[in-house]
Design a protein around this ligand. Sequence first.
Ligand SMILES: Nc1ncnc2c1ncn2[C@@H]1O[C@H](COP(=O)(O)OP(=O)(O)OP(=O)(O)O)[C@@H](O)[C@H]1O
Ligand SMILES: [Mg+2]
Length: 372
Amino acid sequence: MEPNAPLASIDPSAGLATLGSQTTVPPEVHTWSAGMLWANVLPDMLIAAACLVIPLVLLRLASRRTDLRFNSLLVWTCIFILACGAIHAVEIWNLWHTHYWLEGGVKIAAAVAAVPVAVLLWRALPQLLSLPSQEQLRDTNDSLARANRELESFTASVSHDLRSPLTSIAGQAGLLELSLEPCSDDQRKRLQRIQAGVKQMSELIEALLLLSRISRHTLRRESVDLSALALEIAGDLQQQAPARQVEFSVPSGLWVHGDRRLIGNLLSNLIGNAWKFTGKLPAAHIELSLVNTGPMAEFRVRDNGAGFDMEHAHRLFKPFQRLHGPSEFEGTGIGLATVARIVERHGGRIWAEATPNAGAAFHFTLPTAPLS
Ligand SMILES: Nc1ncnc2c1ncn2[C@@H]1O[C@H](COP(=O)(O)OP(=O)(O)OP(=O)(O)O)[C@@H](O)[C@H]1O
Ligand SMILES: [Mg+2]
Protein backbone atom coordinates (compact mmCIF):
# COMPACT_ATOMS: atom_id res chain seq x y z
CA MET A 1 0.00 0.00 0.00
CA GLU A 2 1.30 3.45 -0.92
CA PRO A 3 1.53 6.06 1.82
CA ASN A 4 -1.57 8.19 1.25
CA ALA A 5 -1.95 11.64 -0.17
CA PRO A 6 -2.08 13.57 3.08
CA LEU A 7 1.64 13.04 3.21
CA ALA A 8 1.47 16.09 1.00
CA SER A 9 1.04 17.87 4.30
CA ILE A 10 4.84 18.15 4.28
CA ASP A 11 3.66 21.21 2.45
CA PRO A 12 0.91 22.58 4.72
CA SER A 13 -0.85 24.25 1.80
CA ALA A 14 -1.58 20.77 0.44
CA GLY A 15 -3.96 20.00 3.29
CA LEU A 16 -5.75 23.31 2.77
CA ALA A 17 -6.02 22.62 -0.90
CA THR A 18 -7.96 19.42 -0.27
CA LEU A 19 -10.17 20.99 2.40
CA GLY A 20 -11.08 24.26 0.85
CA SER A 21 -12.92 24.18 -2.42
CA GLN A 22 -12.09 27.89 -2.92
CA THR A 23 -8.36 27.26 -3.04
CA THR A 24 -7.01 27.44 -6.49
CA VAL A 25 -3.43 26.32 -5.82
CA PRO A 26 -3.22 22.56 -6.44
CA PRO A 27 -1.61 20.58 -3.65
CA GLU A 28 2.01 19.75 -4.07
CA VAL A 29 1.99 15.97 -3.66
CA HIS A 30 5.26 14.37 -2.66
CA THR A 31 5.86 10.88 -3.76
CA TRP A 32 7.54 8.56 -1.29
CA SER A 33 10.65 6.67 -2.18
CA ALA A 34 11.17 3.40 -0.28
CA GLY A 35 14.24 4.93 1.40
CA MET A 36 12.31 7.99 2.60
CA LEU A 37 9.51 5.77 3.90
CA TRP A 38 11.83 3.55 5.97
CA ALA A 39 13.84 6.55 7.15
CA ASN A 40 10.59 7.70 8.80
CA VAL A 41 9.07 4.39 9.84
CA LEU A 42 12.13 2.68 11.36
CA PRO A 43 13.18 5.48 13.76
CA ASP A 44 9.54 5.99 14.76
CA MET A 45 9.21 2.26 15.51
CA LEU A 46 12.41 2.24 17.55
CA ILE A 47 11.43 5.34 19.52
CA ALA A 48 7.95 3.92 20.19
CA ALA A 49 9.46 0.61 21.40
CA ALA A 50 12.00 2.43 23.63
CA CYS A 51 9.17 4.55 25.06
CA LEU A 52 7.43 1.32 26.08
CA VAL A 53 10.53 -0.13 27.73
CA ILE A 54 11.73 2.99 29.60
CA PRO A 55 8.59 3.24 31.83
CA LEU A 56 8.97 -0.45 32.71
CA VAL A 57 12.56 0.21 33.82
CA LEU A 58 11.43 3.27 35.81
CA LEU A 59 8.63 1.30 37.51
CA ARG A 60 11.08 -1.47 38.41
CA LEU A 61 13.41 1.16 39.86
CA ALA A 62 10.52 2.61 41.92
CA SER A 63 9.51 -0.81 43.25
CA ARG A 64 13.11 -1.77 44.14
CA ARG A 65 14.23 1.55 45.63
CA THR A 66 11.30 2.45 47.86
CA ASP A 67 13.71 4.67 49.82
CA LEU A 68 13.92 7.10 46.88
CA ARG A 69 10.88 9.29 47.27
CA PHE A 70 10.34 10.25 43.64
CA ASN A 71 7.14 8.29 43.08
CA SER A 72 4.99 11.07 41.59
CA LEU A 73 7.89 12.21 39.39
CA LEU A 74 8.37 8.65 38.15
CA VAL A 75 4.66 8.13 37.47
CA TRP A 76 4.36 11.39 35.48
CA THR A 77 7.60 10.63 33.62
CA CYS A 78 6.22 7.21 32.68
CA ILE A 79 2.98 8.79 31.38
CA PHE A 80 4.97 11.40 29.45
CA ILE A 81 7.29 8.84 27.88
CA LEU A 82 4.39 6.54 26.97
CA ALA A 83 2.56 9.48 25.35
CA CYS A 84 5.72 10.39 23.39
CA GLY A 85 5.97 6.78 22.24
CA ALA A 86 2.31 6.86 21.22
CA ILE A 87 2.95 10.01 19.11
CA HIS A 88 5.58 8.13 17.13
CA ALA A 89 3.32 5.10 16.75
CA VAL A 90 0.47 7.31 15.49
CA GLU A 91 2.88 9.02 13.10
CA ILE A 92 3.60 5.64 11.49
CA TRP A 93 -0.13 4.95 11.33
CA ASN A 94 -0.77 8.30 9.73
CA LEU A 95 1.62 7.54 6.88
CA TRP A 96 -1.22 5.46 5.50
CA HIS A 97 -4.22 7.00 7.23
CA THR A 98 -5.40 10.48 8.02
CA HIS A 99 -6.20 10.31 11.74
CA TYR A 100 -4.79 13.70 12.65
CA TRP A 101 -7.28 14.16 15.48
CA LEU A 102 -5.86 11.02 17.05
CA GLU A 103 -2.33 12.39 16.65
CA GLY A 104 -3.42 15.73 18.11
CA GLY A 105 -5.09 13.99 21.07
CA VAL A 106 -1.97 12.00 21.88
CA LYS A 107 0.14 15.16 21.57
CA ILE A 108 -2.19 16.94 24.01
CA ALA A 109 -1.78 14.04 26.48
CA ALA A 110 2.02 14.29 26.14
CA ALA A 111 1.90 18.06 26.63
CA VAL A 112 -0.30 17.70 29.74
CA ALA A 113 2.12 15.15 31.22
CA ALA A 114 5.16 17.27 30.30
CA VAL A 115 4.15 20.07 32.69
CA PRO A 116 4.20 18.06 35.97
CA VAL A 117 7.36 16.25 34.81
CA ALA A 118 9.17 19.56 34.34
CA VAL A 119 7.88 21.01 37.64
CA LEU A 120 8.56 17.86 39.71
CA LEU A 121 11.96 17.38 38.13
CA TRP A 122 12.89 20.98 38.93
CA ARG A 123 11.74 20.50 42.54
CA ALA A 124 13.59 17.19 42.86
CA LEU A 125 16.81 18.65 41.48
CA PRO A 126 18.43 19.52 44.87
CA GLN A 127 17.58 16.05 46.17
CA LEU A 128 18.91 14.38 43.03
CA LEU A 129 22.11 16.43 43.21
CA SER A 130 22.64 15.43 46.83
CA LEU A 131 22.45 11.69 46.07
CA PRO A 132 25.93 10.31 46.75
CA SER A 133 27.82 8.78 43.87
CA GLN A 134 29.11 5.18 43.99
CA GLU A 135 32.61 6.59 44.50
CA GLN A 136 31.53 8.80 47.43
CA LEU A 137 29.72 5.85 49.02
CA ARG A 138 32.78 3.64 48.61
CA ASP A 139 34.98 6.30 50.22
CA THR A 140 32.59 6.70 53.16
CA ASN A 141 32.37 2.94 53.59
CA ASP A 142 36.14 2.63 53.52
CA SER A 143 36.65 5.32 56.13
CA LEU A 144 33.91 3.82 58.33
CA ALA A 145 35.47 0.38 58.07
CA ARG A 146 38.88 1.90 58.90
CA ALA A 147 37.44 3.72 61.94
CA ASN A 148 35.75 0.50 63.08
CA ARG A 149 38.96 -1.47 62.72
CA GLU A 150 40.87 1.15 64.71
CA LEU A 151 38.18 1.17 67.40
CA GLU A 152 38.23 -2.60 67.64
CA SER A 153 42.00 -2.83 67.93
CA PHE A 154 41.86 -0.03 70.51
CA THR A 155 39.27 -2.03 72.53
CA ALA A 156 41.40 -5.13 72.21
CA SER A 157 44.59 -3.41 73.38
CA VAL A 158 42.85 -1.54 76.23
CA SER A 159 41.17 -4.75 77.42
CA HIS A 160 44.49 -6.54 77.20
CA ASP A 161 46.36 -3.80 79.09
CA LEU A 162 43.73 -3.74 81.85
CA ARG A 163 44.37 -7.37 82.64
CA SER A 164 47.79 -6.96 84.29
CA PRO A 165 46.81 -4.26 86.86
CA LEU A 166 43.76 -6.37 87.69
CA THR A 167 45.86 -9.45 88.28
CA SER A 168 48.09 -7.33 90.49
CA ILE A 169 45.09 -6.00 92.50
CA ALA A 170 43.76 -9.54 92.99
CA GLY A 171 47.22 -10.79 94.06
CA GLN A 172 47.77 -7.89 96.46
CA ALA A 173 44.30 -8.40 98.00
CA GLY A 174 45.15 -12.08 98.57
CA LEU A 175 48.51 -11.18 100.16
CA LEU A 176 46.84 -8.55 102.32
CA GLU A 177 44.33 -11.13 103.56
CA LEU A 178 47.20 -13.44 104.52
CA SER A 179 49.22 -10.68 106.22
CA LEU A 180 46.20 -9.57 108.23
CA GLU A 181 45.64 -13.07 109.63
CA PRO A 182 43.80 -13.26 111.89
CA CYS A 183 41.67 -10.54 110.26
CA SER A 184 38.34 -9.28 111.51
CA ASP A 185 35.06 -10.15 109.79
CA ASP A 186 34.78 -6.61 108.52
CA GLN A 187 38.28 -6.72 106.98
CA ARG A 188 37.55 -10.10 105.38
CA LYS A 189 34.29 -8.82 103.88
CA ARG A 190 36.06 -5.81 102.37
CA LEU A 191 38.79 -8.00 100.89
CA GLN A 192 36.16 -10.35 99.48
CA ARG A 193 34.38 -7.39 97.87
CA ILE A 194 37.66 -6.32 96.23
CA GLN A 195 38.16 -9.83 94.89
CA ALA A 196 34.55 -10.08 93.65
CA GLY A 197 34.98 -6.72 91.90
CA VAL A 198 38.22 -7.88 90.29
CA LYS A 199 36.55 -11.11 89.15
CA GLN A 200 33.61 -9.24 87.62
CA MET A 201 35.93 -6.83 85.85
CA SER A 202 38.08 -9.59 84.40
CA GLU A 203 34.91 -11.32 83.13
CA LEU A 204 33.88 -8.07 81.46
CA ILE A 205 37.33 -7.69 79.91
CA GLU A 206 37.20 -11.26 78.62
CA ALA A 207 33.77 -10.60 77.12
CA LEU A 208 34.98 -7.38 75.47
CA LEU A 209 38.02 -9.15 74.05
CA LEU A 210 35.77 -11.89 72.68
CA LEU A 211 33.46 -9.33 71.09
CA SER A 212 36.33 -7.49 69.40
CA ARG A 213 37.84 -10.80 68.23
CA ILE A 214 34.58 -11.72 66.51
CA SER A 215 34.70 -8.59 64.38
CA ARG A 216 38.28 -9.25 63.33
CA HIS A 217 37.92 -13.01 62.96
CA THR A 218 38.27 -14.21 59.36
CA LEU A 219 35.20 -16.27 58.56
CA ARG A 220 35.83 -19.84 57.51
CA ARG A 221 32.60 -20.76 55.82
CA GLU A 222 31.49 -24.38 55.67
CA SER A 223 28.32 -26.44 56.09
CA VAL A 224 27.41 -26.58 59.77
CA ASP A 225 24.95 -29.01 61.34
CA LEU A 226 22.97 -26.68 63.60
CA SER A 227 20.97 -29.56 65.12
CA ALA A 228 24.13 -31.43 66.16
CA LEU A 229 25.66 -28.26 67.65
CA ALA A 230 22.47 -27.49 69.61
CA LEU A 231 22.25 -31.03 71.00
CA GLU A 232 25.90 -30.88 72.03
CA ILE A 233 25.34 -27.58 73.88
CA ALA A 234 22.17 -28.94 75.52
CA GLY A 235 24.09 -32.06 76.63
CA ASP A 236 26.85 -29.93 78.19
CA LEU A 237 24.33 -27.77 80.06
CA GLN A 238 22.48 -30.80 81.38
CA GLN A 239 25.72 -32.36 82.52
CA GLN A 240 26.57 -29.22 84.51
CA ALA A 241 23.19 -29.23 86.32
CA PRO A 242 21.74 -32.74 86.15
CA ALA A 243 19.09 -31.92 88.77
CA ARG A 244 17.32 -29.48 86.45
CA GLN A 245 14.20 -30.58 84.58
CA VAL A 246 14.65 -29.15 81.09
CA GLU A 247 13.05 -30.57 77.98
CA PHE A 248 15.02 -29.77 74.81
CA SER A 249 13.34 -29.93 71.45
CA VAL A 250 15.78 -29.90 68.52
CA PRO A 251 14.70 -31.21 65.09
CA SER A 252 17.35 -33.04 63.11
CA GLY A 253 18.74 -31.90 59.77
CA LEU A 254 19.03 -28.14 60.37
CA TRP A 255 22.01 -27.00 58.30
CA VAL A 256 23.54 -23.60 57.76
CA HIS A 257 26.55 -22.32 55.88
CA GLY A 258 28.96 -20.31 57.99
CA ASP A 259 31.84 -20.27 60.44
CA ARG A 260 31.45 -23.30 62.71
CA ARG A 261 33.17 -21.69 65.70
CA LEU A 262 31.13 -18.49 65.55
CA ILE A 263 27.85 -20.33 64.97
CA GLY A 264 28.66 -22.57 67.95
CA ASN A 265 29.22 -19.41 70.00
CA LEU A 266 25.91 -17.95 68.78
CA LEU A 267 23.95 -21.08 69.70
CA SER A 268 25.64 -21.51 73.06
CA ASN A 269 24.76 -17.90 73.95
CA LEU A 270 21.12 -18.25 72.90
CA ILE A 271 20.60 -21.71 74.38
CA GLY A 272 22.67 -20.66 77.43
CA ASN A 273 20.35 -17.69 77.94
CA ALA A 274 17.27 -19.87 77.54
CA TRP A 275 18.79 -22.26 80.10
CA LYS A 276 19.64 -19.42 82.50
CA PHE A 277 16.32 -17.56 82.24
CA THR A 278 14.29 -20.76 82.79
CA GLY A 279 16.41 -21.50 85.87
CA LYS A 280 13.59 -20.77 88.31
CA LEU A 281 11.03 -23.03 86.63
CA PRO A 282 10.34 -26.56 87.88
CA ALA A 283 9.86 -27.75 84.27
CA ALA A 284 11.57 -25.77 81.52
CA HIS A 285 11.17 -26.15 77.80
CA ILE A 286 13.79 -24.98 75.27
CA GLU A 287 13.23 -25.36 71.56
CA LEU A 288 15.28 -24.73 68.43
CA SER A 289 13.23 -24.65 65.24
CA LEU A 290 13.34 -23.70 61.59
CA VAL A 291 10.75 -21.00 60.89
CA ASN A 292 11.45 -20.24 57.22
CA THR A 293 13.57 -22.01 54.65
CA GLY A 294 15.46 -20.34 51.79
CA PRO A 295 18.95 -19.07 51.02
CA MET A 296 18.68 -17.07 54.28
CA ALA A 297 16.81 -19.44 56.58
CA GLU A 298 15.07 -18.18 59.72
CA PHE A 299 15.60 -20.08 62.97
CA ARG A 300 14.15 -19.60 66.44
CA VAL A 301 15.36 -20.42 69.95
CA ARG A 302 12.37 -20.29 72.28
CA ASP A 303 11.96 -20.89 76.00
CA ASN A 304 9.20 -20.65 78.58
CA GLY A 305 11.29 -18.74 81.11
CA ALA A 306 11.38 -15.27 82.66
CA GLY A 307 10.84 -13.40 79.39
CA PHE A 308 11.09 -9.59 79.41
CA ASP A 309 9.14 -6.47 78.62
CA MET A 310 9.26 -5.77 74.86
CA GLU A 311 9.48 -2.06 75.63
CA HIS A 312 13.18 -2.61 76.39
CA ALA A 313 13.83 -4.96 73.48
CA HIS A 314 15.82 -2.28 71.58
CA ARG A 315 18.57 -2.52 74.26
CA LEU A 316 19.00 -6.27 74.02
CA PHE A 317 21.75 -6.45 71.43
CA LYS A 318 23.88 -3.61 72.78
CA PRO A 319 26.92 -4.49 74.92
CA PHE A 320 26.40 -4.47 78.70
CA GLN A 321 22.64 -3.99 78.49
CA ARG A 322 20.78 -6.32 80.84
CA LEU A 323 17.03 -6.45 81.38
CA HIS A 324 17.33 -8.45 84.62
CA GLY A 325 19.32 -7.47 87.70
CA PRO A 326 22.32 -9.49 88.94
CA SER A 327 20.33 -10.58 92.00
CA GLU A 328 17.78 -12.27 89.69
CA PHE A 329 20.11 -13.76 87.06
CA GLU A 330 23.83 -13.22 86.81
CA GLY A 331 25.71 -12.24 83.66
CA THR A 332 27.81 -9.55 82.02
CA GLY A 333 25.34 -8.48 79.34
CA ILE A 334 27.69 -9.13 76.43
CA GLY A 335 26.25 -12.45 75.15
CA LEU A 336 23.55 -11.04 72.87
CA ALA A 337 25.85 -8.29 71.53
CA THR A 338 28.22 -11.11 70.52
CA VAL A 339 25.35 -13.07 68.94
CA ALA A 340 24.18 -10.01 66.99
CA ARG A 341 27.68 -9.44 65.66
CA ILE A 342 28.01 -13.07 64.58
CA VAL A 343 24.67 -12.97 62.76
CA GLU A 344 25.61 -9.66 61.16
CA ARG A 345 28.95 -11.05 59.97
CA HIS A 346 27.02 -13.81 58.21
CA GLY A 347 24.73 -11.25 56.56
CA GLY A 348 21.71 -12.21 58.69
CA ARG A 349 19.30 -10.48 61.07
CA ILE A 350 18.29 -11.12 64.67
CA TRP A 351 15.27 -10.02 66.67
CA ALA A 352 13.36 -11.11 69.75
CA GLU A 353 9.82 -11.56 71.03
CA ALA A 354 8.96 -12.02 74.67
CA THR A 355 6.35 -11.67 77.36
CA PRO A 356 7.31 -11.14 81.00
CA ASN A 357 7.14 -14.46 82.88
CA ALA A 358 5.92 -16.29 79.77
CA GLY A 359 9.14 -16.91 77.86
CA ALA A 360 11.26 -15.42 75.10
CA ALA A 361 11.94 -16.30 71.48
CA PHE A 362 15.04 -15.21 69.56
CA HIS A 363 14.76 -15.29 65.77
CA PHE A 364 17.82 -15.14 63.54
CA THR A 365 18.59 -15.67 59.88
CA LEU A 366 21.69 -17.41 58.52
CA PRO A 367 22.77 -18.44 55.02
CA THR A 368 22.12 -22.05 54.08
CA ALA A 369 24.32 -22.03 50.98
CA PRO A 370 27.62 -20.40 49.97
CA LEU A 371 27.10 -16.74 49.17
CA SER A 372 27.19 -16.10 45.44
N1 LIG B 1 15.98 -16.13 76.96
C1 LIG B 1 15.88 -14.97 77.63
N2 LIG B 1 14.83 -14.76 78.46
C2 LIG B 1 14.70 -13.61 79.14
N3 LIG B 1 15.54 -12.58 79.05
C3 LIG B 1 16.60 -12.72 78.24
C4 LIG B 1 16.83 -13.91 77.49
N4 LIG B 1 17.95 -13.75 76.77
C5 LIG B 1 18.42 -12.53 77.08
N5 LIG B 1 17.62 -11.91 77.95
C6 LIG B 1 17.77 -10.55 78.50
O1 LIG B 1 18.73 -9.88 77.71
C7 LIG B 1 19.83 -9.46 78.52
C8 LIG B 1 21.09 -9.50 77.69
O2 LIG B 1 21.42 -10.83 77.39
P1 LIG B 1 22.94 -11.23 77.27
O3 LIG B 1 23.01 -12.64 76.87
O4 LIG B 1 23.58 -10.20 76.41
O5 LIG B 1 23.51 -11.00 78.72
P2 LIG B 1 23.51 -11.94 79.96
O6 LIG B 1 22.99 -13.29 79.63
O7 LIG B 1 22.86 -11.21 81.06
O8 LIG B 1 25.07 -12.02 80.26
P3 LIG B 1 26.17 -12.83 79.45
O9 LIG B 1 27.09 -11.79 78.93
O10 LIG B 1 26.79 -13.69 80.47
O11 LIG B 1 25.49 -13.57 78.35
C9 LIG B 1 19.82 -10.41 79.68
O12 LIG B 1 20.46 -9.86 80.80
C10 LIG B 1 18.33 -10.59 79.90
O13 LIG B 1 17.83 -9.52 80.64
MG1 LIG C 1 23.75 -14.36 77.96
